[in-house]
Design a protein around this ligand. Structure first.
Ligand code: ATP
Length: 457
């Protein structure tokens, strides 16, 4: 049985994965803080993505560009004029809705994403859609709402100092295309990857950490020769899906949602979302877009600098085409918890909560548990010092061993080591597996090797 959102939110708060943001002051709606386990899981997600898409790639390189960018960036990219969501208010209860979402929920056969305001208004007027919050049908006209967060730089509070928090990490990559090309001596095709925070003033944030105004993206901009983009689009679709499968998300909980030609953004000639079956149904996890040469062309025109690539074999110049796989870290976090959470009924009737998450993602790889504190703690602490140089370890010497195992299971620790008299006398340790609860006996050198082997990605 799949976990409900209510259970998951409760679980995440209870075990220190995710807390309400600014909780001490009554919270700030739709902001979340990541606790000791949450930050480690998030870091592990990002590290595995980086390993797969940068470290193991012979052609991709990394970047960390600034969140605050020259505002001309957003003029050129089209975000200032076009990064809008259609908004409608219920006059009766004042609830605010995204029109495309209202229409999608009303009639799945209509695809409202990307339609013009006029067309959306026609659909609303010709339908019987009611406010999902109060059931009344009395709406304001549709308006466009720009999702960019505005702030100002420096001491002067006038509009000449307006700047924006980036709504995607991608533009930082496009602005550095030439710098990276020159310094890394890469040749097309190659990619630039970046992980970082993005900000969107979403109209309807919600579903826990699924849609927030501050979130993290793992983005790759892959530059290729015009005409080859469909091959690379398919290549990165497959590679992205494979990454999720390798994290133990089953294929039947994932699907590709290919955008119909009339739904494509103006800069894209193909887009597909990988959707995951969240608690409320399939929804977007990872957007993969073929962005043509739109971004480089825009920045070339607005900056007056050539961003063309010179092919060293043919001496021909061209603006590369771009494939962009863009993954939301929090959405993958949510998918992984949803997928891994289980409540198992044991032979004795007890319920065991267990997070069967991929060992490489587990916040702690191993728990170190001295059987009797007085007798075994000293050796357990020495083992902690040794093992924590290699993997993340937790240490727990309080309560009965069964209860300590349960806590390890509940937070997804794949292995637990018990230190007992045999450890003192013979140097052997009992290693217990989270998923099967089976136990094996190993010596200290074997422990390190075993745990590293079974927590690798
Ligand atoms: P949606 O249709 O859900 O608003 P989008 O198509 O606007 O998403 P993209 O611009 O393609 O999203 O962003 C790439 C990825 O960034 C998304 O697939 C998602 O994982 C993540 N993402 C986008 N917006 C948010 C958000 N508000 N909160 C959390 N993650 C987000």
């Amino acid at each position: 049985m799949k976990i409900t959102m209510e259970q998951l939110t409760h679980y995440a708060k209870n075990y220190g994965f995710v807390f309400q943001g600014s909780e001490l002051y009554g919270g700030l709606a739709n902001t979340w803080d990541y606790g000791p386990l949450g930050v480690t899981l998030k870091n592990n997600i990002k590290a595995l993505w980086w390993k797969r898409f940068v470290q193991e790639s012979p052609v991709n390189v990394g970047l960390d560009s600034a969140i605050l960018m020259n505002p001309k960036t957003w003029e050129a990219s089209g975000h200032l004029s076009g990064f809008n969501d259609p908004l409608i208010d219920c006059k009766a209860c004042k609830a605010r809705h995204r029109v495309d979402h209202l229409i999608d929920a009303f009639d799945r056969t209509i695809s409202a994403d990307g339609l013009s305001i006029e067309r959306l208004q026609e659909i609303i007027d010709g339908s019987t859609i009611k406010c999902p919050a109060c059931g009344v049908r009395d709406f304001t006209p549709i308006r466009q709402f720009n999702l960019m967060f505005k702030t100002s730089q420096g001491a002067l509070d006038d509009h000449s100092h307006d700047i924006y928090l980036r709504p995607e990490t991608a533009q930082g990559i496009f602005l550095n295309f030439k710098n990276v090309l020159r310094t890394s001596r890469k040749k097309i095709p190659f990619g630039i990857a970046q992980i970082g925070k993005s900000f969107r003033n979403e109209i309807t944030p919600g579903n826990f950490i699924f849609r927030t105004r501050e979130f993290e993206q793992c983005e790759l901009e892959f530059f290729c020769e015009p005409g080859t983009e469909m091959d690379w689009f398919n290549y990165w679709k497959k590679a992205s899906m494979q990454f999720l499968l390798d994290l133990n998300i089953p294929q039947d909980h994932l699907n590709f949602s290919d955008h119909a030609p009339e739904k494509l953004s103006h800069y894209s000639n193909a887009t597909s979302d990988i959707e995951y079956q969240f608690a409320w149904g399939f929804d977007e996890l990872w957007g993969i877009a073929s962005r043509t040469d739109y971004d480089l062309k825009q920045h070339q025109a607005h900056s007056g600098e050539s961003l063309e690539y010179m092919d060293p074999m043919t001496n021909q110049k061209y603006l590369p085409y771009v494939i962009e796989p863009s993954l939301g870290v929090e959405r993958l976090f949510l998918a992984l918890l949803t997928e891994a959470y289980e409540e198992e009924t044991l032979d004795n009737g007890d319920i065991r909560t267990v997070l069967k998450i991929h060992p490489a993602l587990a916040p702690y790889k191993v728990a170190i548990l001295p059987l009797i504190k007085k007798r075994h703690a000293a050796q357990a602490q020495t083992l902690f010092e040794t093992l924590s140089k290699h993997v993340t370890c937790s240490y727990d010497d309080t309560g009965n061993i069964g209860r300590r195992y349960r806590r390890c299971d509940a937070i997804g620790t794949p292995f637990a080591i018990t230190i007992d008299d045999d450890s003192l006398n013979k140097g052997t340790y009992t290693l217990r597996m989270r998923d099967t609860m089976a136990q094996i006996t190993l010596s200290e050198p074997q422990l390190i090797e075993y745990i590293q082997k079974h927590t690798a990605f």
